[in-house]
Design a protein around this ligand. Structure first.
Ligand code: LLP
Length: 411
């Protein structure tokens, strides 16, 4: 059950009235429910019955260190895509042997960072990257564990911008390249092949598509075994879709059941990299109505705070934190940014007026992490609610923060 519900017509996150949060921190502000994050994580981690599994939370979806720490205590592993994300998970005290490093453009600096920290695996996305990791491993005098991320050539996922597993996409190694890379790694004295990985996209509702990629993984694993290589994990990626409008969506336990059926004769650990399905419905973005102009509700959260509607035409539910106070009417809800695309919702029926506080729902994933300082706006704070208490886990940026890195400020 959602942890964002009305009590006496006031929106609560767990047992905190969100109006109390606004009194302390103002708007815009992201609010996360600890219980939702943990329940969502456990809906994956508790679902493994037959195979050994590791859930590697996809840090890119929500990267606040306090959130990462919560998941770490529940045994989470972490899927990272940059040196910055590596710093975050290490700051959260994560065991490096639970970190997998994905991403097509890993720099020398990032690879060295990962090698020195002895992470679980680099998911290699190209031959050129493999050669670079090998060279850096040799320089560092280390044998580095790697997995090959292959491209399963499956067309899945929501918006065009979040598909990743088709032949034309920039991610992973094409199927026909996997065995050649495996042979190379076998002959290398600095690389050790321990896994296979794939990721077909994001916001996927078809379990069939995951089943397809698991079948590919199994087939490739068998071929790799024939070379005399024993693998430690098979990583089927993230991407399970969630509902943005209260409709039905597949559960992690069904996904894991399906994967266990397909991989029942395999001994490798099954790794999953869910992001959105753990963090998405755990967050809301609180915003105030600054002005009402004709049919426009002008709010104080813009595309710099939440870019999903402008970038993917994403539809987030928007509700008034005080229910039934004002009769509903159709609005175009717009942010303050000087771009016509800064629209949070069009033709949206909502009871609101000047000064109303609104909650934009299901914004825990790809919300704050994609925020920017465009129009020199300060990034919003993040608040974590735990039952009847809340704490600020990231402060609102200050104007000093905005100009901190600029030089020669003398007049
Ligand atoms: N693993 C890899 C290699 C990925 O590229 C991604 C997401 C994930 C895991 C996690 O996927 P999830 O379970 O969260 O769907 N900004 C977009 C989503 C981009 C997803 C990119 N990759 C959005 O707001 O919809």
């Amino acid at each position: 059950m959602s942890k964002f519900i009305y009590k006496d017509n006031i929106l609560f996150c767990e047992n905190v009235a969100v109006t109390d949060i606004v009194k302390e921190v103002g708007t815009p502000a992201y609010v996360y429910s600890k219980k939702t994050l943990l329940d969502n994580f456990e809906s994956y981690s508790n679902a493994f019955e037959k195979n050994d599994g590791l859930v590697c939370f996809s840090v890119k979806s929500l990267s606040n260190i306090s959130v990462l720490r919560l998941l770490k205590y529940k045994g989470s592993g972490f899927d990272i895509v940059s040196g910055g994300e590596l710093e975050r998970v290490l700051a959260a005290g994560v065991d490096p042997k639970k970190i997998i490093f994905t991403g097509i453009a890993k720099s020398n600096e990032e690879i060295i960072q990962g090698i020195r920290k002895n992470i679980l695996s680099f998911n290699i996305e190209s031959e050129a990257e493999m050669l670079r990791i090998e060279k850096l491993a040799t320089d560092e005098n280390k044998i580095v564990d790697v997995a090959i991320r292959f491209n399963p050539e499956i067309d899945s996922g929501g918006h065009e911008y979040i598909k990743t597993g088709r032949k034309k996409d920039k991610f992973g190694v094409l199927l026909e390249g996997v065995i050649n890379l495996s042979k190379y790694i076998l002959s290398s004295s600095s690389l050790n092949l321990i896994g296979l990985s794939c990721h077909i996209g994001s916001q996927i509702f078809e379990l069939n598509d995951f089943e397809e990629s698991a079948k590919y993984i199994k087939k490739l694993a068998k071929e790799i075994n024939k070379l005399g290589i024993e693998l430690k994990f098979l990583d089927v990626g993230g991407g399970l879709g969630i509902s943005y409008n209260d409709s039905n969506f597949p559960s992690p336990s069904n996904l894991i059941k399906d994967l266990e059926n397909i991989l029942s004769d395999r001994n490798e650990k099954i790794i999953l990299e869910p992001g959105r399905s753990i963090s998405g419905d755990a967050g809301i973005l609180l915003t105030s109505v600054e002005y009402v102009k004709d049919d426009y509700l002008i709010i104080d959260a813009g595309m710099n705070d939440l870019i999903r509607p402008a970038l993917y035409d994403a539809k987030h539910q928007i509700i008034n934190v005080e229910k039934n106070k004002v009769p509903a009417k159709e609005w175009t809800i717009v942010g303050p940014i000087c771009e016509s695309s800064d629209v949070m919702a069009k033709n949206y029926s909502l009871g609101a007026s000047g000064g109303s506080i609104l909650a934009i729902k299901t914004t825990g994933a790809y919300g704050h992490v994609m925020s920017s300082n465009y129009n020199s706006r300060r990034k919003p704070p993040e608040i974590l609610v735990d039952d009847d208490k809340f704490e600020i886990i990231r402060k609102r940026e200050t104007y000093e923060d905005l100009i901190r890195h600029e030089v020669n400020l003398g007049s």
